[in-house]
Design a protein around this ligand. Structure first.
Ligand SMILES: Cc1cc2nc3c(=O)[nH]c(=O)nc-3n(C[C@H](O)[C@H](O)[C@H](O)COP(=O)(O)O)c2cc1C
Length: 226
């Protein structure tokens, strides 16, 4: 069975550097590991995404029944959550805004809270980040680290580029739409990060299939509270 990878493009603009980073990474994965992965990219800009309204309803009942987000029928978020759960690994591409991931990413990722409350349905998914900044040292690193945080809270495993350079993901350097095509090293890092996600996803999937081991992560409202 191929490893299923999901790309999340978090740029609000068309023909974005972020989408090119994802496309290039997936194309090279296909070339290096033919038939090893199945991948799809979701462009958040194409979807209707309402913000989390902090109603605290999502989660599970005392009887262990999962309660979805109250906005489940109001917008397109559930389809992305389903795709994340179905994926073996996730690759996030975001533009760098003020040293952070895009506001589109932040708005979306808050809506993954039901998955955490549903006994960490994203547990053990490897996640890599491809960040593009207009300036050299323009904050790609801080944006990657900030993108990692909600995934760690979701029980995911974050990866870097796996190269001797030991970077935390891909640091694209491009301003205008499509300019990333001239950033050969940034695109190479995008592939390296995708390769790390693929490698880890493959090992975790094979281990789970061979042993039947199920993540023991359980959500509780009382753990760590007073
Ligand atoms: C609101 C906003 C904030 C930005 N902040 C930064 C920044 O902090 N550092 C930087 O180097 N570039 C910054 N940029 C430039 C973008 O990161 C750059 O244009 C990038 O290529 C956009 O990627 P995209 O094509 O995937 O949308 C900013 C752009 C916008 C619109």
């Amino acid at each position: 069975m191929p490893v299923r990878l999901l790309g999340l493009n978090c740029s609000p603009r068309d023909n974005s550097n972020s989408s090119i980073m994802l496309e290039t990474a997936f194309e090279k994965l296909d070339a290096v590991y033919p038939g090893a992965t199945e991948h799809e990219t979701i462009h958040l800009r194409d979807l209707h995404i309402e913000p989390c309204k902090a109603c605290n309803v999502c989660g599970k009942t005392k009887a262990g029944k999962y309660i979805p987000c109250v906005r489940v029928d109001e917008d397109d978020v559930q389809q992305v959550l389903d795709a994340m759960v179905a994926a073996d690994g996730i690759l996030v591409a975001t533009p760098v805004y003020f040293g952070l991931p895009s506001d589109l990413f932040v708005k979306f990722i808050m809506r993954t809270r039901p998955l955490r409350h549903q006994d960490f349905r994203l547990a053990n998914r490897p996640v890599g980040v491809l960040a593009t900044a207009g300036r050299r040292s323009g904050g790609a690193e801080t944006a990657i680290l900030a993108t990692w945080l909600p995934f760690v809270r979701n029980g995911c495993l974050v990866v870097g580029n796996g190269d001797a350079t030991c970077q935390f993901g891909a640091y694209g350097w491009a301003g205008g739409r499509g300019q990333i095509l001239t950033d050969e090293w940034g695109l190479e890092q995008a592939f390296q990060t995708a390769e790390r996600v693929y490698t880890l996803a493959k090992v975790i999937k094979a281990g789970a299939e061979a042993t039947g081991f199920v993540s023991p992560m359980k959500f509780s409202y009382t753990s760590g509270t007073r």
